[in-house]
Ligand binder design. Sequence first.
Ligand SMILES: [Mg+2]
Length: 171
Amino acid sequence: MLGRGYRAVLLDIDNTIRARDTHQVPRDVGLWLGRARTAGVDFCLVSNNWHSDVYQFAGELELPIVAKAMKPVPASFMVALRKLKAPRSEAVVVGDQLATDVLGAHLAGLPAYMLQPLVEQDLPHTLLLRNAERVILGDRKPEPAVHMRQAGDELAASCAPAGAGSPSSSE
Ligand SMILES: [Mg+2]
């Protein structure tokens, strides 16, 4: 991610980093977040969720949040960029929905990574939208979360200071 010049990630919550059904953050996702933050990537949560518990969730992760975002309306992404003091050219949106995350990103002039939802369970209107997304995506498939972990590994490797060796190095 840093290798591509992205230093700011505008991150969806539900079914992107937190399972919609259990509200758990999978270990892989937590590790990815931690690695990326250590490497200097800034995150801002951008969620359409309007429940107060998302603010608590953001607090636990110590991340800024724009909730009730009304994605795909692009305004929330602009607010998030301002929170991170990040230019559009260094930001990317990561989410699990074409109709909100990806469309909103593109309306805001931002690139987007679309991930497979963490779990099948979702809100009724979201499930309806997913059927439409399948038609639009055709043979193209969103990235599974395991690719995020690989991306995190690459990120950590690419961010190691010159000459410092990798974190796993025993030298
Ligand atoms: Mg989502």
